[in-house]
Design a protein around this ligand. Structure first.
Ligand code: PSU
Ligand code: MN
Length: 303
């Protein structure tokens, strides 16, 4: 194992005994949701994974180590401190070497999961090609990570703050399968649909596990997107959220928001503009993703 990894007892035990493990990210805690919703979410997601018979491993950087699994106290730190760095692939060496606290994005969590031998990761939504990305070149490092790091990312698709069409084109170019879990339509985070289809619809956790197994057995390194639509009762209407997103994007532009600040800024605006409804939806979809990821991890482990 890599010398910079450090494990909780629960995760260490799971690795030693070949138990199914689901990785979880910390950017969603530190930069994706307000306190105390974020800490409640972090705890509940772990519980949902345990209820599925898998072991949660929330990943973050602290004390010069990449922590694979965080205890209660550490989770609280990620949820409350305002000096937590947002860490993607680029930021990893800096934050680790300066001993800062780093919340891992999808890309960084995938890197850590792969180092730890974890194959399944549950999150909310992946980053992607931003709208007007052809001008700004704002393309999330999550996409390039999916191209090269062999982890299945269970998410509710990509937010329509992004250019979903270009995001899917990017993934196709880089050989990343986009699997719809019990859907043929690519979900757009708050909504169960978008204008785009997934590449492959699969209905059972075993089917997803089998696809993962075949991909990697062929030496086709890289991840896959398992797009799992938000439950119906928590979904927001596609057109309704589009108006909100337009407004949030406009404000981001007016405020000159750039680089890694863009995604957190827009998320926060959307939350304010929907008067918290988007947060409720966000929570519901993360819980659903955790449940499905737990099932996939179990199915993959017995192959
Ligand atoms: N989308 C969400 N919530 C989030 C993120 C994305 O709905 O918290 C976070 C994830 O950690 C994702 C990151 O990996 O934002 C992408 O940031 P960027 O676009 O700067 O790559
Ligand atoms: Mn970006």
């Amino acid at each position: 194992m890599n010398q910079y990894l450090s494990f909780t007892e629960e995760v260490k035990h799971a690795i030693e005994n070949d138990l199914p493990i689901v990785a979880l990210e910390t950017t969603i805690i530190s930069h994706g949701m307000p306190y105390p919703d974020n800490i409640q979410m972090a705890q509940k997601v772990e519980q949902i994974i345990r209820d599925q018979g898998a072991v949660p491993a929330t990943i973050g950087i602290m004390d010069g180590k990449i922590k694979i699994g965080l205890n209660e106290e550490e989770l609280e730190i990620f949820a409350t401190r305002d000096d937590v760095q947002k860490v993607s692939r680029r930021d990893f060496p800096y934050v680790l070497s300066t001993g800062q606290i780093g919340a891992t994005t999808v890309a960084a969590t995938m890197i850590a999961a792969e180092l730890a031998g974890i194959k399944v990761f549950a999150t909310g939504g992946i980053g992607g090609v931003h709208r007007e990305g052809e001008m700004t070149w704002d393309v999330s490092a999550d996409l390039q990570e999916l191209a090269q790091t062999s982890v299945a990312v269970v998410c509710a698709g990509a937010k329509s703050i992004l250019d979903i069409g270009r995001t899917l084109e990017y993934l196709e170019t880089h050989g990343v399968p986009v699997v719809g879990y019990q859907t043929e339509t690519f979900p757009s985070f708050y909504s169960r649909e978008s204008e785009f289809n997934v590449d492959f619809g699969l209905n059972k956790p075993e089917d997803v596990a089998s696809l993962m197994d075949k991909k990697w057995a062929l030496g086709l390194n890289g991840g896959l997107v398992v797009a799992n639509p938000v439950p119906k009762e928590s979904a927001i209407d596609y057109d309704q959220i589009e108006n909100v997103i337009q407004q949030a994007l406009k404000e981001a532009k007016e405020n000159g928001i750039r680089g890694k600040e863009v995604t957190p800024f827009i998320l926060d605006k959307v939350k304010t503009l929907t008067e918290g409804k988007s947060l409720e939806t966000n929570l519901a979809l993360v819980y659903h993703n955790a449940e499905v990821a737990g099932k996939i991890a179990k199915s993959y482990q017995v192959l």
